[in-house]
Design a protein around this ligand. Structure first.
Ligand code: SF4
Ligand code: SF4
Length: 408
């Protein structure tokens, strides 16, 4: 059986299980590393999702969750800057999702990813009453954040975003900060800043880059972040750093919940403001129109996109790893890295991640650190490190019962 056959067998068909909805295609700020505006085709889309498209989308969502009897169907409202869609539309959308839930029995958690600049008390009330969780893009302290996240006039946005983050943290709203790693700065500067803002759940994401680029090394940043995560959670679980918990989950052999870590299919579906359906959003870093399909929610059910060649190519690429990854001892935990980071103009996705050396070193360090924290108890109750029980050690012989004697 070829590796591709075994991949197909391992990852069976399943319906689309979450939706990314682009409710606004423009943004009110001008981040230098933004992948969204690298694709000029986004300017051809309507600026905002109309109520006509929204009604059709809601019908398709209900049809989808009922058809597949889904127990939950998370939806992320995204942009551009999704808050440009307006607070009334958020109320309308969340209300309609609640109604679909009560008719079908399917939970539809709604989340939004925002730059936070427009957040005020009216938005906080909306998020709180509608139970909309918020991911706010905030690259840690001002001297890191304002390098990339600026207004169209070139001024930093940090003051406005920090204010919004603190307002979110003060309310009963599920909030996560999303930062992009800048390895020129120590991870402690991010961790200390988020702690001071009252944000206990955050991610520091690997910067987007394709194999055709030469991004800076990230391994020592994330190795340091792992140490901070361990220190912060030593006496009680107080801090969630998503990429660290995802990597540990994957290293322990389980499926990490996010798409960037682990060997599993990427099956995200993106609905644009005009109702067209696209493949994985971040793949637009590969070039103009790279995510476009021929499908839209007026002519097609949500799950139909699975038959679209470009969507299928991205999905298949996420599980069919290159030769080097298939030989790698971290294949299952790493999964070749985040799909867009595997793209090159020459080979498509048939590459290890542009961060391969860093990822290997991060997983190796994590494995070693985890082993150093794992203990077993000897029959007398003494605790010893698990490494001392590894095959061939004296202790392993002591702890392993002798095999039963055979009669003949
Ligand atoms: S806030 Fe998001 S969509 Fe807007 S420019 Fe920055 S990265 Fe791009
Ligand atoms: S560490 Fe490198 S070779 Fe190993 S799975 Fe990840 S990208 Fe592939």
């Amino acid at each position: 059986m070829s590796a591709d056959d075994s991949d197909s067998a391992a990852f069976q068909y399943q319906p689309i299980t979450q939706l990314l909805v682009k409710v606004a295609t423009r943004c009110n700020i001008d981040c230098s590393y933004c992948y969204w505006f690298r694709d000029a085709t986004v300017y051809k889309k309507p600026k905002l999702m109309s109520s006509h498209v929204l009604q059709q989308l809601l019908q398709r969502i209900e049809q989808h969750v009922a058809r597949y009897k889904l127990v939950d169907f998370p939806i992320i409202l995204h942009g551009g800057e999704p808050l440009l869609w307006g607070v009334e539309n958020f109320h309308r959308f969340a209300d309609a999702c609640e109604n679909i839930s009560s008719r079908t029995g399917c939970e539809i958690p709604v989340a939004v990813t925002t730059n936070g600049v427009l957040i005020d008390d009216e938005w906080l009330d909306c998020f709180e009453t509608r139970n909309i969780s918020v991911a706010i893009s905030l690259d840690g302290p001002a001297h890191i954040h304002d390098i990339h996240r600026r207004t169209f006039q070139g001024t930093g946005t940090h003051a406005a975003v920090e204010r919004a983050a603190r307002m979110l943290a003060s309310r009963d709203i599920g909030v996560m900060a999303l930062a992009v790693c800048n390895p020129a700065y120590p991870p402690a500067q991010y961790a200390e800043f988020f702690a001071a803002c009252g944000i206990s759940s955050y991610d520091i994401m690997i910067p987007d880059a394709t194999v055709d680029e030469k991004p800076a090394s990230i391994a020592s940043f994330y190795n340091g972040l792992l140490d901070l995560w361990l220190a912060a959670n030593r006496s009680a679980p107080t801090t969630n750093i998503r990429i660290i918990s995802d990597m540990i989950t994957a290293l322990l052999g389980n499926n990490s919940p996010t798409e960037g870590v682990g060997h599993k299919p990427v099956e995200l579906c993106t609905v644009m403001t005009d109702g067209t359906v696209e493949a994985h959003d971040v793949l637009r870093i590969a070039g103009d129109g790279f995510t476009q399909t021929r499908f839209n929610i007026f002519d097609h059910a949500i799950d139909d996109v699975r038959n679209e060649p470009r969507w299928k190519a991205a999905r298949d690429a996420s599980i069919h790893l290159c030769e080097k990854c298939r030989q790698c001892k971290f294949m299952n935990a790493c999964g070749g890295g985040y799909l867009p980071h595997r793209f090159s103009k020459e080979n498509g996705y048939d590459n290890p991640s542009v961060y391969c050396d860093d990822l290997y070193s991060m997983f190796e360090n994590m494995q070693s650190v985890l082993e150093s924290h794992l203990y077993v108890s000897k029959p007398g109750g003494e605790r010893i490190n698990v490494r001392e029980t590894l095959p061939g050690t004296q202790l392993e012989r002591e702890l392993t019962p002798s095999p039963p004697a055979h009669d003949s």
